[in-house]
Ligand binder design. Structure first.
Ligand SMILES: Nc1ncnc2c1ncn2[C@@H]1O[C@H](COP(=O)(O)OP(=O)(O)OP(=O)(O)O)[C@@H](O)[C@H]1O
Ligand SMILES: [Mg+2]
Length: 583
């Protein structure tokens, strides 16, 4: 895991190595400074030699400047390396997400992916930056200061060792308890993020159902929980300061007391005593830093795991080794297809489907909600792979085609379709980026979208908001159909794509399809019999199984479900689900 993540440091390797180096040099300067101070006192002030005072003073200033410079460089490099590392990881995650199949996206959920790419990467970036600066600095300060202290006075250093042991034990106990708390905090963060994302995404639904209060309470509880846990964790960390103060002052007292004795017995000079006092501060602070590093690592560890999951997720759909780049025609065969969304022994949503459709046919699909209509057509463009059997397009198994080739030849207007922010033309060109304006207009005429687009003030240049919020449901559906048509596909699948379009327009769209693109195999999923009755053949789905397959007349004569739905709809009321469908 660490190895994989480390590979994203890439062009920031130099900065990553230089940061600890500069930090180390900074430490060296800082450790030498108190020695110079001792020089000023022992060789300058005590014997009254001003020349020595100036000399050591000058060296001290030079060292301080150097230390400052190294510190600044280390800070900049760390920021650079941290931000660069995060950018690389984000890019890699984004690239990998682009290869995801629907199945992978189902696994993480969209909001989960967003959280991982934002909050989690930021956590990692902060930790990385801090660790780069501190991982060398803290232990090195500790060791250098201890070595110097020992070289000055062995007896006094015993006080240091005692302090280090005491503070070390207390700090690490605190950190250990806090780590557990932080882990829990971050789990709750996930819940909070998911709830926020879900809510903001569906804010219109929340408002129309007047669920604001309920949602507010739900959110407040989640936020309060996090608040309480954070306070608990942070108040543990806050214990650090008093413990630290206690140790520092005890040490100062101890050193002053023992130092006075040693100076009196000529075993120590005054300068050395001040130096030792500086070192004890450095040592205790470095311990503090070490404990903070552990906290940072804990905080980021959960994020690292979540980032790694996205990075290492392999698309469940892969291109075959020698892909086929040629789709001969628009025929579709389902050979004893069984399909379930997850392989862990759940009930299959499609059972033993065996259907053979000729190129150019128009096929209607009808069935109650949850009867697996969408699941059936999603197999054709390989949005999911079959569990058993095979789906063939143009006589060849869909798994032998190059994915891009297949999807360019099989255009799907998904049931839950979206438009993207940009002009209408931009959106249409998702179908074919090189389409001319004339081609776009023709596609829109076919989909009966032209009539409302030309009435908009900016026509084809009208700006569509993110998610297509400034067009009506039916307008959006027609734009999505036009976008799919621009692909000039061999197979066109409309998954309930005219549900929000009035019946007359719906009929005109179908007529246009019949006359203008007769060679294209068309699958039309609908709830209204009127939308499919003029299809060449109609599939009646019931609980993932084919209940009937034939022309409108044949089904009326021989299929119970179809007949019931037809009756209920022609009697002027009811739709599919009121009668028949859900038996
Ligand atoms: N991504 C998914 N992961 C797991 N199960 C799913 C998924 N999508 C659909 N299902 C399940 O598969 C079954 C068939 O769903 P499908 O969407 O194919 O029905 P449908 O006939 O298109 O319904 P509708 O008319 O409401 O669009 C349902 O029981 C549903 O719960
Ligand atoms: Mg559906």
């Amino acid at each position: 895991m660490v190895k994989k993540l480390a590979s994203y440091i890439k062009e920031f390797k130099l900065a990553t190595i230089l940061t600890p180096t500069c930090a180390a040099l900074e430490v060296v300067m800082e450790t030498l400074l108190p020695l110079m101070m001792a020089g000023i006192i022992d060789k300058g002030i005590t014997p009254g030699n001003m020349h020595e005072v100036y000399k050591y003073g000058a060296i001290m200033i030079a060292m301080a400047v150097l230390s400052l410079t190294f510190g600044i460089i280390a800070g900049r490099l760390a920021a650079n390396a941290g931000a660069g590392f995060a950018a690389n990881i984000r890019k890699a995650m984004y690239d990998n997400i682009q290869t995801f199949a629907f199945k992978n996206i189902d696994k993480f959920s969209t909001s989960g992916l967003v959280t991982r790419m934002t909050t989690d990467v930021t956590n990692l970036q902060n930790a990385f930056q801090m660790i780069l600066r501190m991982c060398v600095r803290a232990p090195m300060t500790l060791i250098c200061a201890l070595v110097m202290a020992f070289s000055i006075s062995f007896k006094m250093s015993m006080i240091f060792i005692g302090a280090v042991l005491f503070l070390g034990t207390v700090l690490f106990t605190i950190v250990k308890i806090t780590m557990k708390l932080f882990e829990q905090v971050f789990k709750r963060y996930d819940d909070l993020n998911e709830s926020v994302q879900e809510n903001v995404n569906a804010i219109r639904v929340v408002k129309s159902f007047v669920r604001e209060d309920y949602e507010r309470k739900k959110f407040n509880t989640a936020a309060d929980n996090i608040y309480k846990m954070f306070v608990k964790a942070e108040s543990n960390i806050a214990l650090n300061a008093p413990v630290m103060n206690l140790t520092v002052y005890s040490c100062v007292l101890g050193i002053a007391w023992l130092g006075a004795h040693l100076i009196a017995s000529d075993e120590l000079t005054t300068g050395e005593l001040t130096t030792l006092l500086s070192y004890i501060m450095a040592i205790l602070f470095s311990l503090m830093m070490l404990s903070m590093i552990f906290v940072m690592i804990t905080i980021s560890l959960a994020s690292v795991r979540r980032i790694y999951e996205v990075l290492s997720e392999e698309s469940s759909l892969v291109n075959p080794e020698n892909p086929d780049y040629e789709v001969p025609d628009g025929s579709v065969d389902f050979d004893h297809v069984t399909f379930s969304y997850n392989t862990s022994g759940t009930r299959p949503v499609l059972k033993d489907i065996d259907l053979h459709i000729k190129s150019g046919e128009t096929i209607g699909i009808i069935g109650g909600t949850g009867s697996s209509k969408s699941s059936l057509v999603n197999l054709i463009s390989r949005l999911y792979d079959v569990t058993e059997g095979a789906v063939k397009v143009g006589g060849k198994d869909v798994r032998t085609y190059d994915l891009e080739t297949l999807r360019n030849n099989v255009a799907v207007v998904l049931q839950k379709n979206v438009l993207f922010s940009g002009s209408i033309l931009d959106n249409l060109r998702w179908g074919d980026e090189n389409a001319t304006e004339e081609e776009c207009i023709r596609a829109c005429k076919l989909a009966c979208a032209d009539e409302f687009i030309t009435q908009m003030p900016d026509g084809y240049e009208t700006h569509i908001e993110q998610g297509g919020t400034n067009v009506s449901g039916g307008q959006k559906q027609r734009l999505c159909i036009a976008r799919a048509l621009l692909k000039k596909p061999k197979i066109l699948i409309l998954d309930d794509s005219t549900s929000a379009v009035d019946t007359a327009t719906d009929a005109r769209i179908r007529k246009a399809f019949r006359e203008e693109i007769p060679g294209t195999t068309k699958f039309i999923i609908a709830q209204r019999i009127s939308s499919v009755q003029d299809a060449d053949r109609i599939i009646v789905l019931e609980n993932g199984e084919v209940d009937g397959f034939g022309t409108h007349e044949e089904l009326l004569a021989g299929n119970e479900i179809y007949k019931e739905v037809f009756d209920s709809q022609t009697q002027g009321s009811g739709d599919f689900d009121e009668k028949g469908g859900e038996a």
